[in-house]
Write a protein that binds this ligand. Structure first.
Ligand code: CP
Length: 318
């Protein structure tokens, strides 16, 4: 596979597979395009014909509320024909391979595949097998990457903080199993954020995460102090082998985001979370629903970001 399988020879976005290795100008182009779609929700007619005649297939092999729904809304607002494959009722249950499923959907004239899969690398595999006119967008693969979440997080930060160049961003919780953390870290460092902290216990934030350009903090107070942005993450129990934590309540006691702890961050700090949230584990309800929380605006930004990604890849040549 080429070094940057998501870019064409002109450096344009052909697939979106990861924020890792995406140049700053590509990240900014997606965010600027998304900015233009931000007001769509308030329009009487919430549609533009940018993807008219194109077929977008949503293939969610793993559960989703936010990503799946906002991709569907985004594709519909772009006037695409949208097909949601019901994986539970599909022939995957009869042993059909992923690539055979893709080949059959290609025969139905698919233009874009939006793929969520439990196996890290599944969207890369698909991208390396589709014909040149077909595009693949990663909607989350295993613990590897969730690039549209990373991009909507960057949109949210830019909206509230304007400039990346003087920020301290604290990512708190289960970082080792989190595809969101990985996508955020790559995007934040590429956009020039000077201090990105990974905060949590040694079992969930190993020291070698420093290789990604982050400062590892096992002390929650140090991790939160003077942060401009706090990103809380869910314990990814479905990806834990077990024995990494005594219990969820112990995690909350040691690392949960409470109003008292949040006061260590800057007074105007924003609190983010990709969802789904587990109230009383990674954050208290009073923080999730409090004045510094931008968790629901993140979801709204997700529609605009996904409109931007779909419209950009659909118009990129091989
Ligand atoms: N943030 C996120 O990926 O949520 P869903 O699993 O609901 O799509």
């Amino acid at each position: 596979m080429p070094a940057h399988p998501q870019l064409n020879r002109n450096g344009e976005l052909r697939h979106l597979l990861s924020t890792e290795g995406l140049p700053r100008d590509v990240l900014l182009h997606i965010m600027d395009t998304a900015q233009g779609f931000m007001s769509f929700g308030e329009r009487e007619v919430k549609k533009v014909p940018l993807l008219r005649g194109k077929s977008v297939f949503n293939l969610f092999f793993e559960n989703s509320t936010r990503t799946r729904t906002t991709f569907e809304i985004a594709a519909q607002r772009l006037s695409a024909d949208v097909f949601n494959l019901d994986i539970q009722r599909s022939s995957t249950s009869k042993g059909e391979s992923l690539l055979d499923t893709i080949a059959n959907l290609e025969a139905m004239d698919a233009d874009i595949f939006v793929v969520r899969h439990g196996q890290s690398g599944a969207p890369f595999l698909i991208a390396s097998h589709v014909p040149r006119h077909v595009h693949v967008v990663n909607a989350g693969d295993g613990r590897h990457a969730h690039p549209t979440q990373g991009l909507l997080d960057m949109m949210t930060i830019r909206h509230y903080k304007r400039d990346f160049s003087a920020l301290t961003v604290a990512i708190v919780g289960d970082i080792v199993h989190s595809r969101v953390a990985r996508s955020d870290i790559h995007a934040l460092t590429t956009l020039g954020v000077p201090e990105v902290r990974a905060v949590g216990p040694k079992t969930l934030v190993p020291a070698d995460l420093q290789q990604l350009g982050v400062r590892v903090c096992h002390d929650i107070e140090q991790g939160l102090r003077d942060a401009d942005v706090v990103i809380a993450l869910r314990l990814q129990n479905e990806r834990m082998a077990g024995g990494l934590l005594p219990s969820a309540s112990e995690f909350h006691m040691m690392y949960g985001l409470t109003p008292d702890r949040l006061r260590l961050a800057r007074r105007d700090a924003i609190v983010m979370h990709p969802g789904p949230i587990n109230r009383g584990v990674e954050l208290d309800s009073s923080v999730a629903d409090g004045p510094q929380s931008v968790i629901l605006p993140q979801v709204r930004f997700g529609i605009a970001v996904r409109m931007a990604v779909l419209s950009i890849v659909a118009n990129t040549g091989a």
